[in-house]
Design a protein around this ligand. Structure first.
Ligand code: ZN
Ligand code: ZN
Length: 255
């Protein structure tokens, strides 16, 4: 039995801002404030990268492109710094509809590793790893017009987004198919890959998804280490709580 009071530190691990994601409705500052007010301990900003639905001019040189790309995160962080609220950097890497959440590398690393831009999925895994980061397959079983086919890379990821609140939270109004999560949970378990949860949130209407810990995180590297080392944490889609293996329990963090 899981008691959510034992895991009071909730983090949104999949969040978009309008400065960098073409599909997002609110800026980083507004997203951070909404998450804080909803009860989160922190957020990881994961805007769509150069291979996804971003809104940055693709003709900009690499460094300038990244500078623009980081604006949503920096805006969120300005809120976080002023309000004792954790804001960490990540991004969502798109490969023709197949997407990965990248954690543990920062803008400076990206500036100095332009080879990541054209890296194949296997190479991305190597590069992010060599930087001490981790790769999580985002919503691997989502079906939609922008995803031509479901492609799985169990050997080129560190973990799987088993729960995506956009699929399974009652507040979500798009991609609302619980079976996408059920398949992702089964896939992660089949390959003994650690699981994460996030909302894939694009506006300040918080779904309440995320990963909850017994302690407050200290950095994005700390988050990566917690996931990879098998630390005791729980997952939530805003409506229910799940253990690390995707077993569902009653209890919600965000009302
Ligand atoms: Zn999006
Ligand atoms: Zn996303």
């Amino acid at each position: 039995m899981i008691q959510i009071n034992d895991y009071p530190y909730l983090y949104e691990t999949h969040l978009h801002t309008s400065q960098s994601s073409a599909c997002a409705q609110n800026c980083g500052y507004e997203m951070a404030r909404a998450a804080h007010e909803a009860g989160y301990t922190g957020i990881i900003v994961t805007d769509h990268n150069w291979g996804g639905n971003n809104c940055i001019d693709s003709h900009l040189p690499w460094k300038e492109w990244l500078r623009e790309f980081s604006k949503g995160y920096l805006d969120a962080k300005s809120y976080g710094d002023a309000h004792d609220f954790d804001v960490y950097f990540g991004y969502e890497a798109g490969y023709n509809g197949t997407e990965f959440l990248i954690y543990g590398v920062d803008i400076d690393w990206l500036i100095h590793h332009p080879e990541i831009k054209n890296a194949a999925i296997e190479k991305q895994f190597q590069l992010v790893h060599s930087a001490g980061g981790m790769v999580i397959h985002a919503h691997p079983f989502r079906e939609d017009w922008y995803i031509p086919e479901i492609r799985l890379y169990p050997d080129s990821v560190d973990g799987v987004e088993g729960i995506n609140a956009t699929h399974s939270c009652h507040k979500s109004t798009s991609h609302n198919e619980k079976r996408f999560d059920e398949k992702a949970i089964a896939y992660a378990n089949r390959h003994h890959l650690p699981m994460t949860a996030g909302s894939d949130i694009h506006s300040t209407n918080m779904f309440g998804g995320g990963v909850a810990f017994k302690r407050r995180l200290t950095s994005i590297q700390d988050y990566c280490h917690a996931v990879l080392s098998g630390e005791d944490y729980v997952l939530t889609n805003g409506d229910y709580v799940f253990d690390r293996y995707g077993n569902c329990y009653k209890g919600a963090y965000i009302k």
